[in-house]
Design a protein around this ligand. Structure first.
Ligand code: SAM
Length: 241
């Protein structure tokens, strides 16, 4: 999987790709990134990437020419998604991350200031993604959120010992509680079943905890989760209690 990022601030991505699992995944060639400075595609001596909005108003707007030229300079297949990060886009979720992880190449455009010229949205971007109903100063943090969620789904990136399958939102539930050593801390003990070594009982306990936790924190998720008839009865009991 390869992701190209168009940004005015390439330095912001240095930390993300020089540490931890993503550095290891890049070193192992499981994933790769290309960080492109939008200013490198300007042609005036001041490298102007933004300009005043037509019609007046506060702030600056990113010009279309350098963004079009940057995308066109990237070697790509015809069906590679060109994603504009924007608070006006469809809402990012684990399902969207899964959908994007099925592509071998993505291009992400980070806006800034008041946003990007509308012609980028209309004639260049093939998708528009928001990471939440709030406004950030730039698309860089949003791009990092998308890249993190997508890269960790690429086989091998999390390492053989870790599996994203039980993670919250993967199967429509929040994850069960996790504990590690010590078995008792300040008088708070780890649930007995987790020390039992009985994997069937542990799996049942975890599934039940995941349902209870989802009911407590995000009950609306249960409407779409795939539950057995016994699990549906558990949800009914929780609703009635
Ligand atoms: N004026 C724009 C509007 O109201 O829709 C907001 C522009 S915002 C200050 C600047 C840039 O930050 C956007 O072009 C976008 O790339 C990024 N951005 C801001 N909030 C975002 C969000 N919730 N999700 C994804 N990107 C976001």
């Amino acid at each position: 999987m390869h992701i190209d990022i168009l940004t005015l601030f390439p330095q912001m991505f240095q930390g993300m790709f020089s540490l931890g699992i993503f550095k290891r995944a890049i070193d192992q060639k499981l994933v790769s990134v290309g960080v492109h400075n939008i200013r490198d595609y300007t042609h005036d001596k001041h490298h102007t990437a933004d300009d005043y909005p037509y019609g007046g108003g506060a702030g600056m707007v990113l010009k279309p020419e350098p963004i079009f030229e940057a995308v066109e300079s990237i070697e790509r297949e015809a069906d590679v998604p060109v994603i504009l990060l924007s608070p006006q886009g469809r809402l990012f979720s684990q399902q969207v991350a899964q959908e994007l992880s099925r592509h071998s190449h993505l291009i992400l455009i980070c806006g800034h200031y008041e946003g990007v010229d509308e012609r980028v949205r209309e004639h260049l971007a093939t998708d528009e993604i928001s990471i939440g109903d709030y406004v950030l100063s730039g698309g860089e943090l949003a791009a990092m959120v998308v890249i993190d969620a997508v890269f960790r789904l690429v086989p091998g990136v999390l390492g053989s010992e870790a599996s994203p399958l039980d993670d919250s939102h993967v199967a429509g539930l929040l994850e069960y509680p996790q504990y590690t050593r010590p078995a008792t801390y300040r008088g708070w003990s780890v649930p007995e079943v987790l020390l039992s070594g009985n994997h069937a009982q542990i799996d049942n306990w975890r599934r039940e905890q995941a349902i209870q936790r989802t009911y407590k924190h995000r009950p609306e998720l249960l409407d779409k989760a795939e539950l057995s008839s016994e699990e549906k009865r558990l949800v009914e009991r929780l609703r009635q209690s």
